[in-house]
Structure formats: C-alpha cells, structure tokens
Design a protein around this ligand. Structure first.
Ligand code: TGC
Ligand code: FAD
Length: 429
C-alpha cells in the first residue's frame, strides 16, 4: 500500500486565500498534536493508483496546508464536539485561512481564486476530518458565496463576499421546506412586492448553519409563481432560526429552521440575474461536486483506520489482517476508493474546463457517498467493539454519512437523474 507517508511540511503560514502557503520545508510541528485522551492523528491518505502524480505542485501545497490544519485544529477536538452535539465555532477563522470558504471565488472578492481540483482537495481533507465541518464549508462556499457571486449584483458581491470568505460573516441556504424536500419546485415560501420592499412568508427546514448564520440565501416564489433568490439578514423583524436537536448524524454541525413571518426584505437584497428552479439547482451542482470529493475523504479515513487496526489487533495468535475475510474487506475498500478517486479527479478536470454536466456531478456525488457508507460500515465491523466508540472516527463518519446520503439529493433522486439522462425519460413524476 502506498501512502502519503512523507513527514508533513511545516506551514509557516497556511493562509491559502492570500497565497501565503509557499514556505514548506521542515517536518511538521503538528504531527504530534493529540486529542484530550492523548491520541495522535496518524492519518495516511491511501493513493493506490498514484493519483498524486496527476496533481500540480500548487494542489499538493494546498493539500498539505489543509491536512496539517485538520491534524492540528480539527482532529484533537472533533470527537468531543460531536459527542456534545455542538458546532466548534472557534474553527471558523481557520477554515477561512485555509481557503475553505469560496475557494473558486476570485481573489478580488476575497475568495482563493483556485481551480476545481483544488476545491475538491480541500473538501476531501475537511471531510476526512468530519462531514459536518465539510458541510459548513460547502454551504458557505457553494450555496452562499457562489449564488451571490454568480447571480448577485456588484453591490451584493462587494458587500458580502469578502466577509464570507474570511468567516467574519457566516451564511446558510434555505431551499428545503417541511413539505418539499426532493421536490423543491413545489415550495410555498413566497414574496410579495410591496413597492420599496418584498414581504417574505414561509418556512425552511433542515438548514445547515442556520442557528448561527448572519445571512440566509432564501428561495421563494414571487406572485407570478417564479422562484427567486434573496439575501435575508439576521435581525430582520419576523425572521427566526430555531435549532434542530436530537440528531444522531452530523452532530458537530448546527442544523435549524428558517421561519419568515411577514419579513420585510429590501429590494436590493434580491438576486437580479436569476429566476426559476435552475437558480438553486445551479448552486447544488457546486455543492454536490464538493461532496463527491469530500465523501471519499471520509472513506479514506475509515479505510486508513481499519488497515492500521487490522495490522495491530491480534486474535487467535495473529493480526486480524492476516485472516482472509478481513483482507477481502480491505481489498474491496481500497478498490472502490481508488475508482472513486479517479472519477472525481476526471470530474475535476471537466469542471475546471467548464465541461462537467450536472448529470456527471450527480453520478459522482451518489457514487462517492455510496462508497463511503460501505467503507465506513465495513471498517466499523473490522474494529469490533472498539468500532462503536469515540476512540475511533469510524462510527462518527458512518453516522454523518447517513445525512450526506440524503442531503443535496437522495440516492434515489440521483439514480433518477442518471436514469433520465441515459434514457431521455422522466421517472420523477
Ligand atoms: P426540472 O423540471 O427537471 O428542472 C427545473 C429547471 O431547473 C433546471 N435544472 C437544473 N439547472 C441547473 N442544475 C441542475 N442540476 C438542474 N436540474 C434541473 C432545468 O433545466 C429547468 O430549467 P428551466 O429553465 O427549463 O426552468 O425540475 P423538477 O421539478 O422536475 O426537479 C428535478 C430534481 C428532482 C432533479 C431536482 O429538483 C432535485 O435535484 N431534487 C433534489 C433536491 C435537493 O437536492 N435538495 C438539496 C437542498 S440543499 C441541501 O441539501 C444542502 S445540504 C448542505 C450541507 O450541509 O452540506
Ligand atoms: P423526501 O423528499 O420526503 O424523500 C423521502 C424518501 O422518498 C427518500 O428516500 C427519497 O429518495 C424518496 N423519494 C422522493 N421522491 C421520489 C421519487 N420521485 N422517486 C423515488 N423516490 C423518491 N436543505 C437545504 O435547503 N439547506 C440545507 O442546508 C440543508 N441541510 C441539511 C442538513 C441535514 C443534516 C439534512 C438531513 C438535510 C439537509 N437539507 C438541507 C435537506 C435535504 O436536502 C433534504 O432532506 C433532501 O433533499 C430530501 O428531502 P426530504 O428529507 O424532504 O425527503
């Protein structure tokens, strides 16, 4: 097995947004960082087909910076936050520094101006730490910054993007409603034109980052029944964000509702350039792309953990990795991870060339999550009783992935998207 085994380079400064990650030379000061119980993060990313060779030097530097940040800042605390079902807010600033918020947004708006492979790599490194943290970054970059950059006025871009890029301001994305999840086109949240403002009424459900977000990108129908996007700010009268409790999944991510009771939204807060379901669905293409890379990160972490455990855990006088049944599991895991890595790399090339279709992104999102769930479930079994504890990341990944498989389109919806693409026949309705 080939791993990225080299000592991690020391990051003099890892502020990717401002390209301050160049000075990488000595062994990392972070490799020995431990969590509360004194456990080290020993992660070595699997790269069975030498996909590393397909990355540029800049991609590798970005990955080193992100991986280092995860080892130093995320790994030591994430289990604790997941156990207490709390979002680690103190990580927001660091996420901004490693360029996780709006990596592809141009530098002039505070983004990192990176290509889509770099974006994918960042999501993979974050999700190998925790899907909830990748979720926070996905929502901020793909579902809040992307629509403001793509559909917003110049004034909206200048007002919001630089602060969103650093994490000084956080956003959320409201599409799903209590009665409209897979079928967002049926939404009932609505706006009425009142001359100098819109009056917004309705409710959104299952909204990542809602409980602490400063702004919400909200999709609502106008009087003509057309879907429009607006920026709603915390503090607007009649706007509340109750938190959703008791989740068994994505426990370190904050989820909530968005409730709009006669909210007056200034006219300058509407996106001028877009109407119809293609507005929010265009954002989903961005986020689904990031998940396609990200979910594989969770799979890679589970595989790496199971491999190490299989070599160390002795039963019947041998490491359990010497038994054929355990080797079958590992062999299948690394095969599926490798196929997934090649798929997302190719998708990244197509996306950077602006040639990736929504259907190709959909296939990759579905495949990566399916692979990750299978790997996580098998890895959990390989760890025996230890697999159900917080001593290892595997069960946390497994539970997180139950959300990842549902949000941004369920497996069924993505199967139907591929089905429609290849047959030309619509089986949704
Ligand atoms: P349909 O009639 O097919 O299309 C309506 C209009 O939208 C266009 N379109 C797209 N445009 C861009 N990208 C895409 N992927 C698009 N898919 C469709 C389409 O061309 C059409 O345009 P126009 O100009 O003709 O009006 O729409 P439909 O009502 O039949 O629904 C299709 C369906 C089911 C595929 C879609 O609605 C869907 O994807 N449903 C799943 C819903 C979903 O993914 N929700 C995600 C909510 S956000 C979230 O989960 C965030 S989690 C974040 C985190 O924490 O990480
Ligand atoms: P439903 O649409 O009710 O689906 C229920 C079941 O029916 C599923 O198995 C589905 O596959 C199946 N089904 C539905 N339609 C069909 C069909 N035509 N053919 C066959 N089967 C079908 N949304 C946001 O807008 N913003 C967010 O930030 C956000 N974050 C989320 C965070 C978490 C933790 C979770 C769990 C969800 C989040 N969501 C968010 C919502 C998510 O996108 C929806 O849960 C998802 O789109 C599915 O909608 P639903 O839960 O209403 O399920």
């Amino acid at each position: 097995m080939i791993g990225f085994n080299q000592p991690l380079p020391e990051i003099i400064t890892f502020e990717i947004r401002h390209r301050k990650y160049k000075d990488l030379s000595c062994p990392s000061k972070y490799t020995d960082t431990m969590d509360k119980s004194g456990k080290k993060d020993l992660y070595e990313a699997p790269d069975y087909y030498l996909i590393d060779d397909l990355l540029s030097e800049e991609h590798k530097l970005i990955r080193s910076a992100a991986r280092d940040w995860v080892k130093k800042e995320l790994s030591p605390v994430i289990e604790d936050y997941a156990q207490k079902a709390e979002f680690p807010k103190h990580l927001i600033k660091g996420l901004g520094e490693i360029g996780a918020f709006g990596p592809t947004i141009p530098l002039e708006y505070g983004g990192a101006g990176l290509d889509y492979i770099a974006y994918g790599i960042l999501m993979q490194e974050l999700e190998r730490g925790d899907s909830g943290i990748r979720s926070t970054a996905s929502v901020q970059g793909s579902l809040v910054m992307y629509p403001i950059y793509t559909y917003g006025s110049e004034e909206q871009r200048r007002k919001y993007l630089p602060r969103l890029a650093t994490g000084e301001m956080m956003g959320c994305f409201g599409l799903t409603e209590p009665d409209h999840g897979s079928n967002p086109g049926g939404m009932v949240t609505n706006i009425k034109d009142k001359g100098d403002h819109y009056l917004l009424n309705g409710a959104k459900m299952w909204i990542s980052n809602a409980p602490f977000a400063d702004i919400a990108v909200v999709w609502a129908k106008d009087e003509a029944g057309k879907i429009r996007g607006l920026i709603v700010e915390r503090g607007m009268e009649g706007f509340t964000t109750p938190e959703t409790h008791n989740k068994w999944s994505l426990r370190a991510s904050a989820t909530g509702e968005l409730v709009f009771d006669q909210v007056k939204v200034p006219k300058e807060n509407i996106f001028p350039e877009i109407s119809g379901l293609k507005g929010p669905l265009g954002c989903l293409n961005q986020a689904r792309y990031g998940i396609a890379w990200g979910a594989l990160g969770a799979a890679m972490d589970c595989y790496d953990t199971a491999l190490r455990y299989a070599k160390e855990r002795v039963q019947f006088g041998k490491p359990i990795g010497a038994f054929q049944l355990q080797q079958k599991k590992l062999a299948e895991m690394i095969t599926e991870i490798t196929k997934g890595q090649l798929l997302v790399w190719r998708l990244g090339v197509l996306k950077t060339e602006n040639r990736a279709t929504a259907e190709q992104i959909s296939m990759a999102k579905r495949n990566s999550v399916e692979v990750a769930l299978d790997v996580a479930r098998n890895a959990r079994q390989m760890l025996g009783g230890m697999g159900i504890t917080g001593e290892f990341s595997v069960m946390r990944h497994m539970m997180n992935l139950e959300s990842v498989v549902t949000y941004e389109g369920t497996q069924d919806i993505h199967l139907l998207i591929t089905g429609m693409d290849v047959t030309g026949l619509n089986a949704f309705k």
